[in-house]
Design a protein around this ligand. Structure first.
Ligand SMILES: *[C@@H]1O[C@H](CO)[C@@H](O)[C@H](O)[C@H]1NC(C)=O
Ligand SMILES: *[C@@H]1O[C@H](CO)[C@@H](O)[C@H](O)[C@H]1NC(C)=O
Ligand SMILES: *[C@@H]1O[C@H](CO)[C@@H](O)[C@H](O)[C@H]1NC(C)=O
Ligand SMILES: *[C@@H]1O[C@H](CO)[C@@H](O)[C@H](O)[C@H]1NC(C)=O
Ligand SMILES: *[C@@H]1O[C@H](CO)[C@@H](O)[C@H](O)[C@H]1NC(C)=O
Ligand SMILES: *[C@@H]1O[C@H](CO)[C@@H](O)[C@H](O)[C@H]1NC(C)=O
Ligand SMILES: *[C@@H]1O[C@H](CO)[C@@H](O)[C@H](O)[C@H]1NC(C)=O
Ligand SMILES: *[C@@H]1O[C@H](CO)[C@@H](O)[C@H](O)[C@H]1NC(C)=O
Ligand SMILES: *[C@@H]1O[C@H](CO)[C@@H](O)[C@H](O)[C@H]1NC(C)=O
Length: 553
């Protein structure tokens, strides 16, 4: 039993010996005689780290006597948010002691932004759970975990002091572990309800487990999207009176924390060379352009520049929930030799993007976290160009590989996607329905001149539980017969889930696929529908039937 308390004692020791900047009054984990041991032990069976789970919950003094399953989960959320405050003060002291060190300052700042977002998602989870909003709770806790992991990853590039090393250890072995535990319990609660006797650690499709699907609803997307007839609250234009000159100025004019009304920004035809940020407080912001290729937001930030991470290389970066966009191009023109250069990054829950174009090379579209719907979009790039750890559905999209670099005739290896799920309980994955995967005209010329040197894969596992499926898509000849590629050695090959279902085209032949990819069983395809995968039936607006017919005839 004593050994279970080691991590806690270690972190307490750290807290008491580290700099005074570290927040006082961190949770005291004294074991209480009244701790309802059997219920906690039972609930912790749902987690990947049951010993840490039990030790923290029993030590928290926060579990009421004779607790309900929801009360135990609420206590796990509380422990997670207390640990998060500790992490924030640790990272703050890294920042305070890093003046003049650009890499460490950037890492600490990104990390703090991630922790701030994580805090917001955890507190939303705590509110959703007692209301029975279990799908929201799972989505938000998944996102809280994405941000904690990103904070840890940011520090990895600046681990040159003992302080950074200890902070990383705390993030990885305490904060992330307890957040994972809370999330796993929510998954079991959603699947088995109050019957904690059935709770068990999270399973994935690779274990032969699919969540309830309720039939194939993959056609639902045809009738939903960005509503038509929206009236602008602000207009952006090039020259002319009475309009904002930059998109960012119009975003700044949106009210903070208004979760009931849309703020519609009409962006007139023109090229807007700027970096746009829609922060957490700006909710329900809508960008309406004059069409792909007509309204263009362009930038060229990339990780080759000092102080720029993949995250902040984005030309347009959105964190506020309920974001929508229609009729515009977002691009990053850093060029094929500049490594990661994101055109659009989204961390917006319940976001709808329609008729938009994304252009870059490596890392074009960063679907960072949460629930996103992309419809009739055009996405162009080459290396890992759709990536992140969100639950995103791409419907009717055109996905185009573009020529890469310096020596195009020599050939290259590209992965269309790199999904980054780090925990099997995260509700995330990339779902492609009715999409076309092809090359640009220029790329296909190169390809046909020597098909054997140009290799294109549907995806590769950025993180251990990477999940990506292609359903009813047209996969053109450029997709090589093995279909999917490893990240590094056998990393993630036993835990990822890469599924295909009724695709067509010369790249869809399954006979030579890698053995660690899967055919989705017909009875489980519904798991990836708008309704089941991202609860789209609750939040993606209906568009009128006749409009839907006109668009899709
Ligand atoms: C900062 O990071 C860059 C890119 O990772 C690296 O090349 C450079 O050496 C780092 N600078 C310092 C002072 O550590
Ligand atoms: C940080 O760097 C040190 C020294 O190189 C290394 O021993 C340690 O494992 C690193 N810490 C983490 C958490 O990666
Ligand atoms: C990094 O932190 C871990 C855990 O606190 C510790 O075991 C290890 O010795 C540290 N490494 C260095 C190089 O400080
Ligand atoms: C992070 O924590 C996990 C789970 O406790 C552990 O398996 C892994 O080795 C840790 N990673 C690092 C780099 O410390
Ligand atoms: C679990 O029990 C509580 C209290 O009886 C009830 O309100 C809740 O709806 C139950 N949850 C499920 C998923 O059945
Ligand atoms: C908006 O909400 C955030 C997070 O809840 C809060 O920190 C901030 O103060 C709020 N801003 C305004 C202007 O109300
Ligand atoms: C935007 O304009 C509409 C009317 O066109 C109005 O109802 C709505 O409240 C405005 N939104 C905001 C956030 O002001
Ligand atoms: C794929 O691209 C080629 C070359 O541009 C074009 O001929 C072909 O029609 C495209 N396929 C689809 C399904 O759009
Ligand atoms: C699929 O590929 C296999 C092996 O390359 C080939 O024998 C088979 O004819 C192909 N099937 C179709 C439908 O093209």
């Amino acid at each position: 039993m004593d050994s279970l308390f080691c991590p806690i004692l270690l972190s307490l020791l750290f807290l008491s010996t580290s700099s005074a900047a570290v927040r006082q009054g961190a949770p005291h984990f004294t074991q209480q005689a009244t701790s309802p041991k059997p219920q906690i032990q039972q609930a912790c069976k749902a987690t990947r780290f049951p010993e840490t789970c039990e030790a923290f919950l029993r030590g928290s003094g926060h579990v009421p006597p004779n607790p309900s399953p929801v009360q135990i989960i609420q206590s796990a959320i509380w422990v997670s948010s207390e640990n998060l405050k500790t992490a924030q003060s640790m990272v703050k002291s890294i920042l305070d002691s890093s003046a003049g060190n650009k890499n460490r300052t950037t890492a600490a700042k990104n990390c703090l932004e991630d922790l701030h977002n994580s805090e917001y998602r955890i507190s939303s989870t705590a509110k959703a759970l007692p209301l029975g909003r279990i799908k929201d709770a799972r989505a938000w806790m998944s996102s809280a975990l994405v941000h904690q992991y990103s904070c840890w990853s940011a520090l990895k590039y600046a681990n040159d002091t003992q302080q950074v090393n200890s902070t990383m250890s705390f993030l990885n072995s305490t904060l992330i572990v307890m957040t994972s535990n809370g999330l796993s319990m929510m998954a079991s609660y959603d699947i088995f309800g109050n019957e904690t006797g059935s709770w068990r650690p999270p399973k994935t499709e690779r274990d032969g487990f699919w969540e309830a699907s309720g039939g194939d609803q993959s056609k639902l997307g045809f009738k939903r999207g960005v509503p038509t007839g929206l009236k602008p609250n602000a207009t952006v234009c090039k020259g002319g009176d009475g309009c904002y000159k930059t998109v960012q100025e119009a975003v700044n004019a949106a009210p903070d924390n208004d979760s009931s009304r849309k703020f519609v920004i009409r962006i007139q035809e023109g090229v807007y060379e700027e970096t746009v940020r829609v922060p957490l407080e700006k909710k329900n912001v809508v960008f309406l352009g004059d069409g792909m290729g007509k309204t263009v937001i362009t930038g060229s930030l990339n990780v080759g520049q000092p102080g720029i991470s993949t995250y902040n290389s984005a030309t347009v970066g959105v964190a506020g929930d309920g974001f929508m966009a229609s009729g515009l191009t977002m691009e990053n023109t850093a060029g094929p030799d500049e490594h990661q250069a994101v055109a659009f990054r989204s961390d917006s829950d319940l976001s709808v993007i329609e008729n938009c174009e994304f252009i870059s090379n490596q890392d074009t579209l960063y679907v960072y976290s949460l629930r996103q719907f992309y419809k009739s979009c055009r996405i162009q790039g080459n290396v890992d160009f759709i990536f992140g750890n969100s639950a995103s559905i791409f419907h009717d999209c055109l996905i185009l590989v573009s020529p890469r670099p310096l020596d195009p005739e020599k050939g290259e290896t590209n992965a269309v996607t790199a999904h980054g799920r780090t925990d099997p309980a995260q509700t995330t994955g990339l779902v492609f329905q009715n999409c076309v995967v092809n090359g640009t005209e220029e790329y296909m010329k190169l390809y046909h001149s020597n098909p054997t040197v140009h290799k294109n894969f549907l995806g590769r596992p950025w993180k251990e539980y990477s999940r990506t499926v292609f359903i009813h898509c047209n996969l053109e000849v450029l997709i090589t017969p093995p279909g999917w590629m490893p990240w590094s050695g056998d990393f993630a090959l036993a835990t990822l889930y890469y599924g295909e279902f009724e695709n067509r085209g010369l790249g869809a032949n399954l006979s030579s696929r890698v053995e660690w990819s899967s055919r989705i069983p017909a009875k489980h395809v519904g798991t990836y529908s708008l309704k089941n995968f991202i609860q789209g039936d609750e939040w993606i607006p209906h568009i009128l039937d006749d409009e839907a017919t006109a668009i899709n005839h």
